[in-house]
Write a protein that binds this ligand. Structure first.
Ligand SMILES: NC(=O)c1ccc[n+]([C@@H]2O[C@H](COP(=O)([O-])OP(=O)(O)OC[C@H]3O[C@@H](n4cnc5c(N)ncnc54)[C@H](O)[C@@H]3O)[C@@H](O)[C@H]2O)c1
Length: 286
């Protein structure tokens, strides 16, 4: 590989199983010469297979619920101790909506679930950065990355309240990134990733359609979890030191597309078959 992270120290949140984006980031960071601490919520540590990853990458696992300041403080203190110095990179790869899990429609949310999802998926990013900042735990020219999705800008009906959480997450990257940059020379960005078949991704209703549609729309096709990891590594490396406050699309070009020929061909096939079946009166479309 390229030794892009040689000597760098990090904290990686969110590796649940081998499909997780954070899992791939950990594998790639290890290949690029980094040492890091892996962390996840205590319940996820029981359900997932993170110990396999820890063994493979020579990492320590420290449990932390990203909604608990106490857990985050302990995580950061212990990480600095174990890694033998301040942190160079942090990955926030955390997302969960209770409304999505319970099948509540966007227009009819259980607001206690909404609050929980917001705390886990969005506010946790502020909490993590706030703790790193207060403890002065990041090295100069360090890099913090969180993962987002384009529903922060555009409507994807089944993404539900996660769309609002991602909009907040991206905003926090800018707002906190300003202070982190000005005061500590730390950069903060979000990567807006293609739909990816992971545990969190597959929880979204109609995910198969979602992923197939994005694949046909994007000139380069959907970006995989491993490709997302590669991109993340560049943002942790010294090659991107002046990139900050950005939401960076990593989606094969999807975000700038209007329509692709593949989508149009599919649409026209359906359109024609509707005409054949329903002539002379066209079927009313929802
Ligand atoms: N999969 C996709 O289609 C897709 C697309 C764009 C962005 N993303 C984002 O990528 C990130 C990673 O998700 P993934 O797709 O790898 O799925 P994943 O299910 O593998 O990862 C989500 C992680 O969040 C962790 N988590 C949940 N509650 C937590 C808490 N209270 N404290 C700490 N950790 C907690 C889970 O244990 C899990 O490891 C998320 O932010 C997700 O929204 C995913």
């Amino acid at each position: 590989m390229y030794n892009l992270l040689k000597g760098k120290k990090g904290i990686i949140f969110g590796a649940l199983d081998s499909k997780s984006i954070a899992w791939k980031v950990a594998e790639r960071a290890h290949e690029e010469g980094a040492t890091f601490v892996l962390t996840n919520a205590p319940v996820a540590l029981r359900l997932g297979t993170i110990s396999e990853l820890a063994e493979k990458t020579g990492s320590t696992v420290i449990p932390a619920d990203a909604t608990s300041m106490m857990d985050l403080e302990n995580l950061i203190d212990k990480s600095v101790e174990i890694l033998g110095g301040k942190i160079d990179f942090v990955l926030h790869s955390i997302g969960m909506s209770v409304n999505v899990r319970r099948g509540n429609h966007y227009t009819n949310q259980d607001y206690n679930f909404t609050k929980t999802g917001f705390d886990v998926s969005a506010l946790s990013f502020h909490r993590v950065m706030s703790m790193l900042y207060k403890k002065d735990a990041m090295n100069e020219w360090g890099s913090v990355v969180a993962l987002s999705y384009m529903a922060a800008q555009r409507v994807f009906p089944d993404y539900n309240d996660m769309a609002d959480n991602k909009a907040y997450l991206e905003s926090v990257a800018r707002s906190f990134g300003y202070f982190f940059g000005r005061d500590k020379k730390v950069r903060v960005n979000t990567i807006s990733q293609s739909p990816t078949p992971t545990t969190a991704g597959s929880g979204v209703k109609g995910f198969d359609g979602f992923i197939a549609y994005a694949e046909k729309m994007s000139p380069l096709g959907n970006a995989t979890a491993l490709e997302c990891a590669d991109y993340t590594i560049t943002l942790f490396s010294d090659l991107t030191r002046k990139v900050t406050l950005q939401n960076l699309f990593h989606d094969g070009g999807f975000s700038n597309m209007g329509v692709s020929t593949a989508i149009m061909e599919n649409f026209m096939e359906d359109f024609k078959s509707d005409e054949v079946v329903e002539e002379p009166k066209k079927k009313e479309k929802k």
